[in-house]
Design a binder for this molecule. Sequence first.
Ligand code: 5GP
Ligand code: ZN
Length: 139
Amino acid sequence: MGADPNCIFCKIVAGAVPCFKLFEDAETLAFMDINPVHDGHCLVIPKAHYPTIFEIAPGAIEAAARTAARVAKAVNAAVTPDGINLMQANGEGAGQSVGHFHLHIVPRRADDGLLFNWEPKPGDMAHIAEIAERIRGFL
Ligand code: 5GP
Ligand code: ZN
């Protein structure tokens, strides 16, 4: 997959829109998010345009994961958060606002009140087993 002329992240890859670049290699780019949750919030993208996890090529997500691990360690050293979440949204229903696959590297503070954590509540085992069977049917 190549570039989408209407995609803001493709424009960043092409250098047509500026970014605070952290790292790049042949397949990936890491840059600061301009609406940061906390200091150090940044994004890792494949340079090629894949809208979501459903289209991304295996090599591209491997490369993005490799870059994310490298950049997360640097963020951890630079801003010494209490922890870091990697986050990735697919589709508007999951909160995706830019349709070019990206991993968020989100430094966290223990008391920051961010809402993408949830309270673990015990599930119904029969229901879990049924859903697992349904998913296995597509693998
Ligand atoms: P999503 O909501 O799709 O998971 O995340 C998209 C992210 O891209 C948001 O956190 C948003 O702040 C960031 N973003 C949107 N436009 C730009 C831009 O032009 N430059 C940079 N650096 N980040 C952007
Ligand atoms: Zn794109």
